[in-house]
Design a protein around this ligand. Structure first.
Ligand SMILES: [Zn+2]
Length: 115
């Protein structure tokens, strides 16, 4: 389950982002962007997150996961499109020289502290 590694990485980034002058900060929610091709299962990620954030400022923080579609650009004709399937061939010029613009990211967009 590679979600555990990803969850650990996200928790580390989130903890580093907390203001140092705050006493007992508590995170209310964490907004994530997860690309469809990152092969992260949101349910598994949430599960791992809950385990490793116990007794940290992130304990009980709500995970808000936004799924990012896969966007492809053809380097031949410049056409851009979204896809759900890993078939990367331009529907216009049918060449296979493509660039992936989004779809693999796993990142923290924002973090909300408890009042
Ligand atoms: Zn093309």
């Amino acid at each position: 389950m590679h979600e555990m590694g990803i969850a650990q990485e996200l928790v580390k980034i989130a903890l580093d982002a907390l203001p140092e002058d705050l006493e007992n900060p508590q995170v209310a929610s964490l907004h994530l962007k997860i690309g469809k091709l990152s092969s992260v299962v949101p349910h598994s990620l949430t599960f791992c997150f809950e385990i490793i954030t116990k007794d940290t400022p992130l304990e009980n923080a709500r995970l808000e996961i936004e799924t990012i579609p896969v966007r492809i650009r053809c380097t031949g004709c410049g056409r851009e499109w979204e896809t759900d399937t890993p078939v990367f061939r331009c529907p216009d010029c049918e060449q296979g020289q493509i660039q992936m613009l989004s779809g693999r990211e796993v990142e923290i967009v924002s973090l909300e502290l408890m009042e």
